[in-house]
Ligand binder design. Structure first.
Ligand code: ZN
Length: 200
């Protein structure tokens, strides 16, 4: 069940908006969105993603379920393996912020204790998925000193990390420690690396 949530289709060298080919050696945009109960990576050509570069006025991409995006390049060889990019703290931070929902810095979000499958709830990752991902992302960001650990406290039987962005110190977060095993930690970290196509 847990594994399934992180599965994603093999990236195709095709734009998800216009179905055009992403040419070898060419640049395109990769995104992470949440589709049908799992995270997925979707690729878009530059002219669909950023029409100002292509002479159009509106983007053909609906950015509402997108958690993070980055600009990347397809390898020259037609069948070349996608190359993992070096750790990019800004993409990781964007993914981390995206998982937190809106305006967390101003109104501290209490952990949801209600059922995760409530009727009428907007589709999105479950609370436990969010919690696992955000915790592991925060560890990566602490390691790179993008997030600073200000302290810890216990609430609702969880240990919580109090975090602050180094560059924008008004942005603070409280992240629950889901107490994952070493194996689970590695699974989540690998999933993040695969989703972001990044060395983490
Ligand atoms: Zn396109």
């Amino acid at each position: 069940m847990k594994d399934r949530a992180y599965q994603f289709p093999t990236p195709e060298h095709q734009c998800c908006a216009c179905q055009g080919d992403l040419s070898p050696g060419g640049e395109f945009y990769s995104t992470i969105c949440f589709l049908e109960e799992e995270f997925a990576r979707r690729n878009y050509c530059v002219s669909c993603w950023a029409p100002e570069e292509g002479g159009e006025t509106t983007s053909r991409v609906d950015r509402s379920g997108i958690f993070a995006y980055w600009r990347t390049r397809r390898p020259e060889e037609p069948d070349g393996e996608a190359v993992k990019i070096r750790f990019d703290p800004l993409v990781v931070l964007e993914f981390f912020r995206g998982l937190g929902g809106k305006a967390e810095a101003e109104s501290k979000v209490e952990p949801e204790t209600a059922g995760e499958e409530e009727a009428g709830a907007p589709p999105g990752p479950s609370e436990s998925q969010r919690r696992d991902l955000r915790f592991v992302l925060s560890l990566l960001l602490i390691r790179k000193k993008i997030l600073l650990l200000k302290g810890t406290f216990i609430r609702d039987k969880f240990e919580w990390l109090e975090l602050q962005e180094r560059r924008e110190s008004d942005k603070t977060y409280e992240i629950a420690n889901p107490e994952l095993s070493e194996t689970e930690l590695e699974q989540v970290r690998d999933a993040i690396g695969e989703l972001l196509q990044m060395q983490v």
